[in-house]
Each structure stands twice: as structure tokens, then as C-alpha cells.
Design a protein around this ligand. Structure first.
Ligand code: HPA
Ligand code: ZN
Length: 334
């Protein structure tokens, strides 16, 4: 199965680019930029990655991002992730980025975008990997800050396909950002939101009804609401599920307790994603392998994760057709 997973074409729809910052690069950038970090070496950083919940991760994740200063830093970060996509046979990736994590430290929105876009253009040219960018608002910050961020994005509209919502879910429900998402929709952005990760199923309903999102990030708490489950199936609303993230952040006590296969077999459009791979111990292949190891899954089910992600992606119809074709060719060859 490991070999089948390695060769399987993949599409990643839930990846925070700041969460792909490996400790080695963190050290390199800290040194390059003269930023002090409270660790002596990459191993020490890794041993600090023991999380009890989402907030305990977020504290360390925001701290790690402080080494990112110049456009070159954002380029290096993104290029490293795209190279990793190549290794894991990810053909298309939709990347979240958290501008407020950087603009709040005096790094300009333009600096972030220059680095990210340079790497993504290069990845398409040299690696043949297509991508999209999704601007995430930090939900622990206020509405005014989100509006300011949306304003800063204006000159980069052509390079950003959608807006998203991440950070601490509990205490920061979707309705807090109703007006920002309405403004973003008016400007032509698509939207997604983290919902039902640590928060209740009602956050998923509200993300759909109030924020009008196209898909839900995580969404695993949907099982608590039978009516919502029926709606997700009927409307084929996609959930970008992140298995290793969910076990590391104790959303599920073990992979065997995860509901991804149960959701898949009920007919919900779910996919496999890595979320913050540098922090959760695995990229796409590792996430697929963890699921395959914990459950009796067949090859067709693993391929369905990719097919679902292709359908739910924000790329062009022509690109979707190409991706489906590549997936079919692979499955037929096995
Ligand atoms: N949930 C919420 N916010 C995040 C996550 C997540 O899984 N990863 C990075 N920011
Ligand atoms: Zn996430």
C-alpha cells in the first residue's frame, strides 16, 4: 500500500505555508536575520512539539513564524514546500497564508506576496505543479484588522483565489467575520473556513450559511449533527480533513478513533491533507499512510480522496480534467 500511496497523484487543499517551516530552515532564517529563538538546535525545536490542543500549537506556530522577514525568506519557505510536493506527487496545491501574523510584526503584505508568488510561478514552470493562494484571516483578531488585510490584498487580487478563516476556533465563531466575508465575495473572492475542528458542528452550519463558504476545513465534528451530515452528502460539500493534525492536537485520541473513513463511506466528499506538516510530523504521503495503517482501506478509497479534492479545488475546469485523467491513468496502471 505504501508504494501505491507514493505513486498516487495527490491534490492538497489544506496547507498553511507557515506550518511547513521545518526547524532546519527556521534556524537558517533566524541566523540570516539575526532573530533570537529560544532553542539551541533543530532537534530541540522538534522536542518542543508536544501539543495538548489547538492553542498550544498556535502559540509555538506564531513564534516560529517570527524568523520570516524578507521576500527571500517567504520564497525559500514556499519553494521548500513545493519541492516536497514533487516528492509526494502532489500535482496541485492550494496554500493558506496568514498575512496578519507578518503585518503585525511590521512585515509588509507586499513582501509576503512577492516571496510566495515567485516560488509558486517557478514551481509551475520547473515542476509542473499548479497552485492557488488562500488568504486566511486570524479569527482571534478583530473584524477591523481583517478588513484592513482585505484592503492590503487589493493590488494582489489576481494572485489570491479565496479568503479563509483560521486560528483559535473556540470563542471566535464564523459570524464575527460575516461582513468581511461578504465584502470579499463582492470583490470576487471565493471562500473557505476552518470549522468543526475543535468547535461545534454549528460552526460548520454557520460557515456555510453566514460566510457562504465553498468548502469546510477540518469539519470532522459534523458527525454530531445528522441534519448537517445529510446536507454535506446531498450538496457534496467538501471537507479538507487533516488526519495527523487531528491526532497531534488531540481532536481524536488516536488515528483508529478518527472518523475520516466513516465519513468517506457515508458518501461525504472528504480529502486527506497535511495542515502544518513541519509541526505535525508528516506531509501528504505520511497522512495517507497513517490512514491506511489505521484502517482497512482499499486502493479505490485512497484514490477517491484525490478525486474528491480535484472536484473541490479552485483550479480551472481544464486543469481539473487533466488531474482526473492523470489519476485515472494511475489507477488503471495498478
Ligand atoms: N486550525 C486553526 N488554525 C490553524 C491551523 C489549524 O489546524 N493550522 C494553522 N492555523
Ligand atoms: Zn488548518
Amino acid at each position: 500500500m505504501e508504494q501505491f500511496i507514493a505513486g498516487l497523484p495527490k491534490v492538497e487543499l489544506h496547507l498553511h505555508i507557515e506550518g511547513s517551516l521545518e526547524p532546519e530552515l527556521m534556524f537558517e532564517l533566524a541566523q540570516r536575520n539575526g532573530v533570537k529563538i529560544p532553542f539551541c538546535n533543530p532537534e530541540e525545536v522538534r522536542s518542543a512539539y508536544n501539543f495538548s490542543n489547538l492553542q498550544s500549537f498556535l502559540d509555538i506556530y506564531y513564534q516560529g513564524a517570527q524568523v520570516l522577514i524578507t521576500a527571500r525568506d517567504f520564497y525559500d519557505l514556499t519553494w521548500a514546500y513545493m519541492l516536497r510536493c514533487k516528492v509526494d506527487n502532489v500535482l496541485h496545491a492550494e496554500l493558506f497564508f496568514d498575512p496578519q501574523t507578518h503585518t503585525d510584526r511590521g512585515i509588509s503584505f507586499d513582501t509576503v506576496m512577492e516571496g510566495l508568488t515567485q516560488a509558486l510561478v517557478q514551481a509551475e514552470q520547473r515542476l509542473g505543479i499548479t497552485s492557488e493562494l488562500i488568504l486566511c484571516f486570524l479569527r482571534h483578531l478583530d473584524e477591523a484588522s481583517a478588513f484592513e488585510t482585505l484592503q492590503q490584498a487589493k493590488p494582489w487580487k489576481h494572485a489570491i483565489v479565496a479568503v479563509g478563516l483560521d486560528s483559535a476556533e473556540i470563542g471566535h465563531p464564523p459570524e464575527k467575520f460575516a461582513r468581511v466575508f461578504a465584502a470579499a465575495a463582492e470583490q470576487g473572492y471565493l471562500s473557505v473556513a476552518h470549522a468543526g475542528e475543535e468547535g461545534p458542528a454549528s460552526n460548520i452550519v454557520d460557515a456555510l450559511d453566514i460566510l457562504k463558504v465553498s468548502r469546510i476545513d477540518h469539519g470532522v465534528r459534523c458527525v454530531d449533527d445528522p441534519q448537517l451530515l445529510a446536507r454535506l452528502i446531498e450538496q457534496q460539500i467538501h471537507l479538507t480533513v487533516c488526519p495527523l493534525s487531528n491526532t497531534k492536537l488531540k481532536v481524536f485520541s488516536s488515528m483508529e478513533q478518527h472518523n475520516i473513513i466513516e465519513l468517506l463511506r457515508q458518501g461525504i466528499s472528504v480529502g486527506v491533507n497535511s495542515d502544518d506538516p513541519a509541526y505535525f510530523g508528516g506531509y501528504m504521503n505520511d497522512n495517507f499512510a497513517a490512514v491506511a495503517c489505521a484502517f482497512q482501506v482499499n486502493r479505490l478509497e485512497l484514490a477517491t480522496f484525490t478525486a474528491n479534492a480535484i472536484d473541490a479545488s479552485f483550479c480551472s475546469m481544464a486543469r481539473k480534467d487533466e488531474l482526473h485523467q492523470q489519476l485515472q491513468t494511475y489507477v488503471d496502471s495498478q
